[in-house]
Design a protein around this ligand. Structure first.
Ligand code: NAD
Length: 239
C-alpha cells in the first residue's frame, strides 16, 4: 500500500530538479500526479518518463492557476496535495537588485505561491481535506548574502504558510513550508560549492530526493497533525 494511494497531487516547477523528484516519489507512493512548468519540452519529457501528467503553467498568472485547477479537477476529480515548488533565483546584492530582478522574483516566488494556495483552497475546503507544501529556503530563515529579492520572497512564503495554516486548519487543510539548504539542481549548478559545503555541518549538498522525502511526509497522512510549521532540510546549515 502506498502512502499517497487515492490522492491527487499538483506539483509546480515539476519539469526538473526537486519538483521532478517529488513527482517520482509521489507516483511511487500511489498518487496521481500533475506536474506544471513553463519549460514545455523538459516538462513533457519528464512527465512521459514518469508516467504523470504535464500542464504548461506560469505560476505568476492567476488565470493560468484557474486553468490548472479546472483541468486537474475535471480529469482527476479532486486535489489533495499542492506543492508550490516553482521558483527562480537571481542573486544580487541590495544595491544591484534591479526593478526587473525584484518584480520577476516576487511574481514567481511569492505571488505564485499566494495564487496557488488561493486557487486550490476552495476545492480542498469542499473536500474537507488537503495538504499544501510550500517550498521556501534556508534563505527564508536567516539572512543570506546577495539575496535581497530571493530572500524577501522566501521569508514571505514562510509567513504566508502560517497565515494560510491558521485560516484553513478548521477545514482539515494542512499548510507547511520546507526550507532546503544546498540542493544539487540546475538552480545551484553555477555555485562555488566547495566553499559552501565547508559551512554545512554534514559537509555535502543534498540530492533532490532528500527534499522530496520530506515533501512526501507532509503530503501524506503521516503528517496528519502537522500544520503551520517549518521543515528544514539543510544538513544542519541553519542553527
Ligand atoms: P530548478 O531550477 O531545477 O527548478 C525550478 C523549476 O521551477 C524549473 O523547472 C523552472 O522552470 C520552474 N519555474 C520557474 N519559473 C516558473 C514559473 N513562472 N512557472 C512555473 N514554473 C516555473 O531548481 P530547484 O532546486 O528544483 O528549485 C525548486 C524550489 O526549491 C525553488 O522554489 C527554489 O527556490 C527552492 N530551493 C532550492 C534550493 C537549491 O539549493 N537548489 C535551495 C533552497 C530552496
Amino acid at each position: 500500500m502506498g502512502r499517497l494511494d487515492g490522492k491527487v497531487a499538483v506539483i509546480t516547477g515539476g519539469a526538473r530538479g526537486q519538483g521532478a523528484a517529488e513527482a517520482e516519489m509521489f507516483r511511487d507512493e500511489g498518487a496521481q500526479v500533475v506536474i506544471t512548468d513553463v519549460l514545455d519540452e523538459e516538462g513533457g519529457r519528464t512527465a512521459a518518463s514518469l508516467g504523470v501528467e504535464f500542464l504548461h503553467h506560469d505560476v505568476s498568472s492567476a488565470t493560468a492557476w484557474d486553468a490548472v485547477v479546472a483541468d486537474t479537477v475535471s480529469h482527476h476529480g479532486r486535489i489533495d496535495v499542492l506543492v508550490n515548488n516553482a521558483g527562480i533565483l537571481r542573486g544580487a546584492r541590495l544595491v544591484n537588485t534591479s526593478d526587473d530582478i525584484w518584480d520577476q522574483t516576487v511574481a514567481i516566488n511569492q505571488t505564485g505561491v499566494f495564487f496557488g494556495m488561493r486557487a486550490v483552497a476552495p476545492q480542498m475546503i469542499e473536500q474537507g481535506s488537503g495538504s499544501i507544501v510550500n517550498i521556501s529556503s534556508v534563505a527564508g530563515l536567516e539572512a543570506t548574502f546577495a539575496s535581497m529579492a530571493y530572500g524577501a520572497t522566501k521569508w514571505a512564503v514562510r509567513g504566508m504558510t502560517k497565515i494560510a495554516a491558521l485560516e484553513l486548519g478548521r477545514h482539515n487543510i494542512r499548510v507547511n513550508s520546507i526550507h532546503p539548504g544546498l540542493i544539487n539542481t540546475d538552480m545551484t549548478s553555477e555555485f562555488d560549492k566547495d566553499r559552501m559545503v565547508r559551512s554545512i555541518p554534514m559537509g555535502r549538498e543534498a540530492e533532490p530526493s532528500e527534499v522530496a522525502a520530506v515533501a512526501l511526509f507532509l503530503a501524506s497522512d503521516d503528517a496528519s497533525y502537522c500544520s503551520g510549521q517549518e521543515f528544514t532540510v539543510d544538513g544542519g546549515m541553519h542553527r
